[in-house]
Design a binder for this molecule. Sequence first.
Ligand code: CDP
Ligand code: CDP
Length: 226
Amino acid sequence: DSDRINIAIDGPAGAGKSTVARKVAEQLGYIYIDTGAMYRAVTLSALRASIEPQDSRALAALATSLDIELLPGDKGQTVLLNGEDVTDSIRSREVTLIVSLIAANETVREVLGAMQRKLAAKKGVVMDGRDIGSHVLPNAELKVFLTATVEERASRRFKEISGKQDVTLEQLAQEIADRDRLDEQREIAPLICASDALVMDSTAMTIEEVVEAIVKLSRTKLAEAK
Ligand code: CDP
Ligand code: CDP
């Protein structure tokens, strides 16, 4: 139906995608889907099963056997892995450090990509990730590629986790840069700006400014779709 569109928000780590996507979805009355959380859930499961990121057969078997559910909640979304609430544990440093290696696996990407397409079939979805506009939802009516300098992104993350995880700003910046490189350089569905995506550099923008800009763009797209 033409009174709702799909919105894809991609970009590197810490650009503000999840924060902004959640608020845009709230304002439009849409469903927010954090695809990174799905890759994190598979990663947590691989860690628990002591599966090495290089073991692509074991990873493929794991990915096809998992039951991952995303439930909309007041603090964003709740992530269930085989019925267990893993919303907090998928944000651990252990998971963050290897998620990009797990996300390079072809079967993992196929399984999660299919789930994501299904979730967006009805439209009215704001989905954030790395390959949403370029690969998962190539027909999304609005595609935003959200960026910020690596220094700014590291400093945002640092503020978010300070006191919770034992890591310096310099370490964080290095880890974010490493993860971006892995995501950009993988063979299957790498992090890339889709040719029809709008690039938004949020380095000097507040969350509210980014949200407002995307909501405005979505209203224009909605009017066009009618
Ligand atoms: O929130 P943060 O930027 O730390 O990352 P995330 O969105 O939770 O994604 C974690 C990782 O999952 C990324 O670094 C990618 O390796 C992978 N990912 C992906 O490959 N494709 C997506 N659509 C979303 C995430
Ligand atoms: O999902 P992604 O990794 O792209 O970023 P995020 O987890 O949504 O945002 C990282 C941190 O930057 C959060 O603590 C936000 O509050 C903060 N932030 C932002 O998202 N956008 C700005 N314009 C400024 C700060």
